[in-house]
Design a binder for this molecule. Structure first.
Ligand SMILES: [Zn+2]
Length: 149
């Protein structure tokens, strides 16, 4: 079953991957809803983006997976990774629906880029010091994706 991905093109990205192979999927939390994610990523002044945002029953794509989104705070890491944002905040974990949609997206991406989920799926906090992905159980996403491969 393919997901209905809704395009919301962000102006915040770099064309291409700088010759780097994609080998990581970075798990983020929005600290808000998908609507807040849209507002930030569609604003050129924010200078941030991710490839996908998931929440409230929807999945939005902001940047092509063949281009570099600005999500991890480390440009070299951005060039080798895909960023996925999840609707959640410090007092609100993502819903089961959001997690399931994320797992389905991760399965698709791991197949597309020939990735092992157990090494490819990482939390934002592993890239730079940050509270992200907060209440998102990224290990659950990683392990359920691996079980589906
Ligand atoms: Zn993050």
């Amino acid at each position: 079953m393919s997901q209905n991905v809704i395009w919301k093109t962000s102006p915040n990205f770099s064309t291409g991957r700088g010759g780097t192979a994609v080998d990581r999927i970075v798990i983020h939390y929005i600290v808000g809803t998908l609507a807040a994610c849209d507002a930030t990523f569609l604003n050129p002044a924010s200078q941030v983006s991710a490839h996908y945002g998931i929440g409230e029953g929807r999945i939005h794509q902001y940047v092509s997976v063949h281009n570099t989104a600005w999500h991890s705070g480390n440009f070299a890491f951005n060039q080798r990774s895909i960023g996925i944002e999840h609707s959640a905040d410090p007092n609100r974990a993502p819903t089961t629906q959001t997690l399931n949609m994320s797992i389905e997206r991760c399965v698709t991406l791991c197949r597309q880029f020939n990735l092992n989920p157990l090494t490819a799926i990482v939390p934002h906090e592993s890239v730079v010091p940050t509270a992200c992905p907060g209440t998102v159980d990224w290990e659950y996403i990683r392990d359920r994706t691996a079980a589906r491969m």
